[in-house]
Design a binder for this molecule. Structure first.
Ligand code: SR1
Ligand code: MG
Length: 408
């Protein structure tokens, strides 16, 4: 009987044995080494390399709790979701995700293409690198995966089958708590406010009852609007990138939810990169980020409309005016989710390095206040964001307001 016929959490030695038994990637006389390279919040990621011939593979394994904290008890089923979603996304948007070689239900792990020629996008953005092809790649990824898994295109019974397959109870609960609830209520006492910014955050976020009403509406839309199969955690740490190529990874939070969730996450995380560039006075970089944010929104709209006309199958969705209405709802969700992501990464426990690595305390507080000022507008005035430039203009106004307040 194989020692991999019942689940245990593997170490690097186990992983070497595992790939020898389970995969046909390596030669008989390969000299395998293995390192745990994960830096995400949930899983263990091993890179196995044949030092003799150069072949390599990634093994990703889920534990029964989150890697960052035992407080989060999680089903290992998330690896099934991740593997299946990657396989589906590879069909819907070829070339934009890593190839999956194997999914192992018993060991709750999967084997996939090693992308070590790529850099995690957040790391590259922290070095203020720019990626001219990014907006084109990410908008193709989002339009194809979102529109083609929706009721607008799919036969409705087949779509409902997918909704069932991708019920993702525990990971959705993390998002419901960390994105939609705790940043506004601190109900689990897990928020972490930057010293010196507490009073401002209290009056701008915790005490704003109108804001909390809007976020309550958005939470119930997140839980009930099974619009499309989302990636579910599409931040710049879930993207591997080079100048020429983009690969989206880590869809373990995937489930059927509102399309704007993915696009809003991309936008918010680009604003975090902007904030880092701004704190370091790198105008060329912030100019590129502004242009990229505009392009992501505008290219998403254009590709969405084009794909809609090509692919729509549903009779009632062809009704004149419906496409325009549908897209306007998605755009409002994009703005709202951008606001929610900006808020939760600053107030909640899962932070982003773009902000935490700003060592000058005044500059960090300023960056946080700019993000949160824009976030409140994105949430409350969400139906007013119809073009890329609206997003950037609001952020720049927020910057002026926060800097103006400091002068007074
Ligand atoms: C406990 S998990 C915290 C965060 O990490 C993931 O990447 C998701 O963004 C989640 O909200
Ligand atoms: Mg992740």
């Amino acid at each position: 009987m194989s020692r991999f016929s019942s689940y245990f959490l593997m170490n690097t030695e186990d992983v070497i044995d595992y790939v020898k038994q389970k995969l046909a990637i390596f030669k008989e006389d390969a000299e395998l080494t293995c390192k745990e390279i994960g830096d995400g919040n949930l899983n263990y990621v091993f890179r196995v390399v044949d030092e003799k011939y150069g072949a390599s593979v990634i093994i990703k394994q889920a534990g029964h709790t989150a890697r960052i904290s035992d407080e989060f008890k999680l089903s290992t089923d998330r690896i099934r979701i991740e593997s299946n979603v990657l396989l589906l996304q590879d069909k819907l948007s070829p070339g934009l995700v890593p190839t999956v070689y194997l999914f192992d239900e018993v060991m709750s792990c999967c084997a996939m293409e090693d992308l070590s020629d790529y850099t995690i996008m957040r790391t590259a953005l922290l070095n203020h690198e720019t990626f001219p092809a990014f907006s084109d790649h990410i908008t193709t990824f989002m339009v194809n995966n979102l529109l083609l898994t929706s009721d607008v295109v799919m036969e409705h019974k087949a779509k409902k089958e997918l909704v069932k397959q991708y019920i993702n109870t525990e990971l959705c609960e993390i998002t419901e708590d960390l994105v939609y609830t705790e940043p506004f209520y601190d109900n689990n006492n897990r928020n972490e406010l930057t010293p010196g910014n507490e009073e401002w955050i209290k009056s701008t976020i915790y005490d704003d009852e109108d804001l909390k009403l809007e976020t309550a509406k958005l939470k119930f839309s997140f839980m009930n609007n099974a619009q499309a199969l989302l990636h579910g955690d599409l931040h710049t740490g879930s993207i591997f990138i080079t100048k020429e190529s983009t690969k989206v990874i880590d869809p373990e939070f995937a489930f059927y939810g509102p399309m704007g969730y993915d696009v809003g996450n991309v936008i918010a995380n680009l604003f975090f990169a902007w904030s880092n560039g701004n704190a370091h006075g790198n105008k060329d970089f912030t100019d590129w980020i502004e242009k990229t944010i505009e392009d992501v929104v505008d290219q998403f709209k254009e590709k969405f409309k084009y794909k809609w006309d090509q692919e729509v199958t549903e009779l009632t969705a062809k009704q004149v005016g419906f496409k325009k209405w549908y897209l306007s709802e998605v755009l409002a969700d994009i703005a709202a989710v951008a606001g929610l992501e900006l808020t939760r990464r600053i107030i909640g426990l899962a932070k982003v390095k773009d902000i935490t690595s700003i060592t000058d305390s005044d500059k960090r507080i300023e960056a946080e206040q700019i993000c949160l000022t824009a976030a409140v507008r994105f949430i409350k005035q969400r139906s007013q964001f119809t073009e890329g430039k609206d997003f950037v203009a609001t952020f720049k106004e927020a910057e002026k307001m926060v800097k103006g307040l400091k002068v007074m």
